[in-house]
Design a protein around this ligand. Structure first.
Ligand code: NAD
Ligand code: UDP
Ligand code: UDP
Length: 322
């Protein structure tokens, strides 16, 4: 018989976007801690495959639902992750992207207000836009184009942060706002369009690696297990007075060209690099200052890029036909 930390009354946790890349890892982690997990997802970018291994778990439940509509359930905590995260997906139906962030946050915060649930918001480094300050600290207000092709995501997430802070000030909803930087790992969708999955899939198939611009733009990549550690610490180990926003990411910064070279080497691929135009409003550099996370939750990522990439490559090898 399994021992559970909350054997008689497990905490009930709602994860919106729970069938997505990060959400599926979070669900797994929270089940491991003995909680009940309700996964809510409309399967826009998530999939049943991501949570197939959890389906038979007695404390796991799934509801197909779009967070832009109200949801009445009884829960103790909410992790609000529902939102497409990759540019090709969030630009597919930009109005729906803004609705998901804004109406979704209103509904889930309304739910938190009624049930007195603690609320975690998956915000993003995109609130800093194309940053004029480097590395980015939480005090920086950002440099976001309000009318560009990335704005549905960036401004939607900024507005969701505003809603969190107003529900906190006006209705005493307990909030935790995390600004997540580029995260990668197993269960990213192979056609997700983000750089790590694109490069790995291309390298495995021996196709050209599509490098946008000259590849000098930088990003800092966090392995998903490290990120999920931080989510749980932020939610559970900080007082209600500590609401964030808090940067979560790996401060190791790489140019996209360096990433391409590392992926080619680790896959052992003969793919060549093919240069493509840089998409509009593509941030030139990005790296989190994670001093706040270090001080408040004693967290910093443990998994180096090469190690995390090896795990991710092993996952894609299994699902990509060569
Ligand atoms: P993902 O696309 O794999 O997951 C998002 C999930 O939300 C999917 O399962 C999708 O089907 C679901 N969803 C989308 N719209 C919905 C709606 N209207 N109603 C219900 N479900 C809906 O992306 P991810 O990488 O797992 O991202 C999870 C969260 O973390 C997102 O909010 C994203 O903005 C944030 N984030 C991710 C990263 C990253 O690098 N992965 C960086 C910053 C922020
Ligand atoms: N809401 C929800 N589930 C709940 C409570 C509220 O989905 O359990 C939604 C509802 O659609 C509402 C929104 O959250 O419009 C905001 O709730 P709030 O209480 O802030 O506002 P009001 O109900 O006054 O519009
Ligand atoms: N990128 C690239 N080739 C690709 C996909 C992305 O060169 O096939 C670049 C993209 O232009 C950006 C960086 O990699 O500069 C990260 O892109 P991603 O979409 O993963 O994340 P974001 O731009 O949201 O940080």
């Amino acid at each position: 018989m399994q021992t559970e930390s909350y054997a008689s009354h497990p905490k009930k946790i709602l994860i919106t976007g729970g069938a997505g890349f990060i959400g599926s890892h979070l669900g797994e982690r929270l089940l491991g801690r003995g909680y009940e997990v309700l996964c809510v997802d409309n399967y826009f970018t998530g999939s049943r495959t991501n949570i197939a291994h959890l389906m038979d778990h007695p404390r796991f439940e799934v509801l197909r639902h779009d967070v832009t509509f109200p949801l009445y359930v009884e829960v103790d905590e909410i992790y609000n992750l529902a939102c497409p995260a990759s540019p090709i997906h969030y630009q597919f139906d930009p109005v729906q992207t803004t609705k998901t962030s804004v109406h979704g946050a209103i509904n889930m915060l309304g739910l938190a207000k009624r049930t007195k649930a603690k609320f975690f918001q998956a915000s993003t480094s995109e609130v800093y836009g194309d940053p004029a300050v480097h590395p980015q600290t939480e005090a920086y207000w950002g440099n976001v184009n309000p009318i560009g092709i990335r704005s549905c995501y960036d401004e939607g997430k900024r507005c969701a942060e505003t809603l969190c802070f107003d529900y906190n000030r006006q209705h005493n909803v307990r909030i935790k706002v995390a600004r997540i930087f580029n995260t990668y790992g197993p269960r990213m969708h192979p056609a997700d369009g983000r750089v790590v999955s694109n490069f790995i899939v291309q390298a495995l198939k021996g196709e050209a690696i599509t490098l946008y611009g000259d590849g000098s733009q930088t990003r800092a990549f966090c392995y998903v297990d490290d990120l999920v550690d931080a989510f749980v610490k932020f939610m559970e180990d900080t007082p209600d007075t500590f609401v964030g926003p808090m940067n979560l990411g790996n401060p190791g910064e790489f140019s996209i060209r360096e990433l391409a070279e590392i992926v080619i080497e680790l896959v052992g691929s003969r793919s060549r690099i093919e240069y493509r135009p840089l998409p509009a409003d593509d941030p030139k550099q990005r790296r989190p200052d994670i001093s706040l996370a270090k001080q408040t939750i004693g967290w910093e990522p443990k998994i180096a890029l090469r190690d995390g990439l090896k795990e991710t490559i092993a996952y894609f090898r299994k699902i990509v036909s060569q």
